[in-house]
Design a protein. Structure first.
Length: 243
């Protein structure tokens, strides 16, 4: 799974780094990453000259991250809930991993990790086929085995609401202010095989029985051309730690 994450999941563009650091308004020297995975976002922020402590509970993911380890990154094997609270950072961020953290006490713990005036950022890339006809064909192909394949809103916020999770939760906390939501538009072209590889890292497919998963992928490949365009916009939520 870790190798599939590294091979098939897209990285993050410099526009994301610029958005986060621009919101911070002051130089970001230190950052804590929650759920670093194989280091897709880690490498982006490290290239910005930030000293990143990249935490990840899964040993295989962390081993993959270590293969491409910038000098200013410190890898730590730990779940968010087990991190010591004796250090705080200019920036704490999570790339497509915040929904794995325990909601109970999440924001109080987060606030203790962000220095007063510092920044919290969460972002993810919900990839989907850009062509509506292909999107419908893929839905029909998987329907006998799987309905929706996206990640549902952790707090049940409907998709048509102007503020989405985790911004909805951040607006409710006493520890964060100036909550903002932004989208970085992006469209990628990839082979159908690589698109299927990306699906193999999505939890809805990972949770299928192996035989069913293989059949879904076979049926999906049958309805796709050799190359597909995908919507890969980046949904970003930002908030500032109250002083």
């Amino acid at each position: 799974m870790a190798e599939a994450y590294e091979r098939f999941r897209p990285g993050y563009p410099v526009e994301l780094l610029e958005l986060v650091t621009g919101y911070a308004g002051t130089p970001v020297a230190t950052a804590l990453e929650i759920g670093a995975g194989t280091g897709k976002a880690t490498r982006l922020f490290a290239r910005g000259g930030i000293a990143v402590t990249a935490t990840e509970p899964d040993g295989a993911m962390l081993a993959e991250l270590r293969k491409r380890l910038p000098a200013n990154v410190t890898p730590v094997q730990s779940a968010f809930e087990d991190l010591p609270l004796d250090s705080s950072y200019d920036l704490v961020y999570s790339a497509a991993a915040l929904h794995w953290t325990n909601p109970a006490g999440r924001w109080e713990r987060m606030a203790r990790l962000v220095r007063p005036g510092g920044v919290f950022a969460s972002f993810g890339v919900p990839i989907g086929l850009a062509d509506p006809d292909l999107r419908e064909a893929a839905r029909v192909a998987r329907a006998p085995y799987l309905g929706e394949d996206g990640v549902p809103s952790p707090d049940g916020t409907p998709a048509d609401r102007p503020m989405q999770w985790p911004g909805t939760e951040l607006q409710q906390t006493e520890w964060f202010t100036d909550v903002r939501q932004a989208v970085i538009d992006r469209r990628l072209t990839m082979s159908a095989e690589n698109y299927i590889g990306q699906l193999s890292t999505v939890s809805a497919y990972v949770m299928l029985a192996p035989a069913d998963r293989a059949e879904v992928f076979r049926r999906t490949l049958e309805v796709l051309p050799e190359t597909v365009e995908v919507d890969a916009e980046i949904a970003v939520h930002l908030a500032r730690r109250v002083n």
